[in-house]
Design a protein around this ligand. Structure first.
Ligand code: NDP
Length: 485
């Protein structure tokens, strides 16, 4: 099977596709060619209201089911996603421009993992019994109600599932707004959930830009907001949610350190740096874009890095031999090229890359800068493109201090053969998701999220349950009530 890039309608609400052509147009562009592959409309107030009402109704039905029943639906959805992995991956590649070689293994597949994992957990969610002498108390783990999910454009299917799976497992409903740049695949997730047995309206997808997101976040019927996006957007959405005392999960940006000590296996370290900078053309929030290399290894590391980057195959992302795709949009390409010019102007040494590729697509070569210093803009800002900054260091204490000198705290990695040092350094780094002799692994069983400005809350693993449920405490007196008068 394969999917048309033009969906039946812009939104998936109340169990089916709905359209309202009064909403502003959204052109969906294939980033490898610049061709328009679909035309959608932003959600109007009418669509948002329909989504709210149907989600609230569905949530009541869903929360009244047992956890095991809910879990069965999520696991069936995971199976359907796996069966349709190729069609979903092709659609994701058309939407994001990421190579099919990647989307076949990292997008729908990761979404299915989340639905399967939280489907399995759904039947295990319990409160506790607390004995208090003759009296006792118990807690009930209850859903929050209606959750809003808002996604970035780099992993549209994965983000939709990472938010929907724990939310639905806990008995909530969700309205999801994809990024306007990549609106297609969340619609398929919604379709599949209904096919798997979810009540109509339980998972709605509405399209739109910031205004639609803002309407969702500020609606008093919404109990929780989960955003994947940049820090500036996170600040705005968090503030809007705070006004309604809503629970939040914020998965935001990063400028993560990847530290390579002289005793590291150089091939592994280079491999980690490649995965942590150039996978998805660098459009990954947890990327280790500040690569600190201990001085004695620096030249060998850079030489092997440049040699291995000759293995990049850039081109039509639908060709499975291609391993490096375009950026998501012309605006993102221009932003990344602006940072490359800034890096050159700041005196960083260009080791390789540095050019945009002429033509209709939004390709930028994988780019490595060496001799980068801490104060340079390219060492401070999240670029969200294929630009690696290599910085030198001499001592462990020095590199830990410099690695932590950032407002971000999403991820960190260490390459060394000295495992005591690896654990010590990781223990001292201010980051939520860390790697030792590896980079960017994101198994669903491991909590994912940031410290400092990189976020609030955790996705994946049991940790996510706490962010999509609330405890009700119930005190039970077994004897007489002794009142003073
Ligand atoms: P943005 O922050 O620009 O947008 C994120 C989402 O929020 C989009 O759907 C956007 O809509 C929406 N939005 C924007 N303004 C508002 C608002 N005021 N109210 C409600 N919703 C709003 O991020 P990008 O899409 O550009 O994604 C890149 C960023 O995401 C990077 O900084 C990256 O680090 C971060 N990211 C973080 C991850 C994590 O897990 N920590 C994972 C992936 C990405 P629209 O796009 O339609 O304007």
């Amino acid at each position: 099977m394969s999917y048309d890039t033009q969906p039946a309608a812009s939104h998936f609400v109340a169990g089916g596709y709905v359209e309202d052509t009064a909403g502003a147009e959204i052109e969906v562009i294939h980033p490898a060619t610049g061709a328009v592959i679909a035309r959608l409309h932003e959600a109007t107030d009418r669509i948002v209201e329909l989504a709210m009402v149907s989600a609230l109704e569905a949530q009541e039905v869903w929360a009244a089911m047992t956890g095991a029943e809910r879990g069965r639906v999520l696991r069936r959805a995971a199976d359907l996603i796996r069966e349709r992995n190729r069609a979903l991956s092709e659609l994701e590649t058309m939407d994001t421009g990421k190579p099919l070689q990647e989307t076949l293994v990292a997008d729908a597949a990761s979404g299915a993992d989340a639905l399967e994992y939280f489907g399995g957990l759904a039947g295990t969610l319990t409160g506790e019994h607390i004995q208090l002498g003759g009296n006792w108390a118990y807690t009930r783990r209850e859903p929050l109600g209606l959750c809003v999910g808002i996604g970035a454009w780099n992993y549209p299917t994965q983000i939709a599932c990472w938010k929907a799976a724990p939310a639905l497992a806990c008995g909530n409903a969700m309205i999801f707004k994809p990024s306007e740049s990549t609106p297609l695949c969340a619609l398929k997730v919604a379709e599949i959930l209904v096919e798997a047995g979810a009540p109509a309206g339980l998972f709605n997808v509405v399209q739109g830009r910031a205004e639609v997101g803002s309407a969702l976040v500020t609606d008093p019927r919404v109990a929780k907001v989960s955003l994947t996006g940049s820090v500036p957007t996170g600040r705005r959405v968090y503030a809007a949610a705070a006004a309604g005392i809503k629970s939040v999960t914020m998965e935001l940006g990063g400028k993560s350190p990847l530290i390579v000590f002289e005793d590291a296996d150089v091939e592994d370290a280079v491999g980690g740096a490649i995965l942590g900078n150039f996978y998805s053309s660098g459009q990954i929030c947890s990327n280790g874009t500040r690569v600190f290399v201990q001085k004695g290894l620096r030249d060998r590391f850079l030489r092997r890095l440049a040699e291995r980057l000759e293995g990049v195959v850039m081109g039509d992302p639908m060709d499975e031999a291609v391993n490096f795709g375009p950026l998501v949009s012309a605006a993102q390409r221009d932003k990344v090229m602006g940072y490359i010019r800034t890096g050159l102007g700041e005196g960083a040494r260009l080791v390789c890359g540095g050019e945009a590729v002429p033509g209709g697509g939004y390709f930028v070569q994988p780019t490595v800068f060496a001799d980068v210093t801490d104060g340079m803009v390219i060492a401070r800002d999240e670029i969200f493109g294929p630009v690696m900054a290599v910085l030198d260091f001499e001592h462990e204490d020095e590199v830990v201090r410099r690695a932590n000198a950032t407002e971000f705290g999403l991820s960190a990695g260490v390459f060394t053969r000295d495992l005591a040092r690896a654990h010590r350094v990781i223990g001292n780094l201010h980051a939520g998701t860390c790697f030792i002799n590896s980079y960017n692994d994101a198994p669903v069983e491991m909590p994912f999220g940031g410290m400092k400005m990189s976020g609030v809350g955790r996705e994946n693993a049991r940790a996510a349950i706490d962010h999509y449920s609330q405890l009700k405490s119930v005190f039970v007196r077994m004897g007489a009530v002794e009142a003073p008068y």
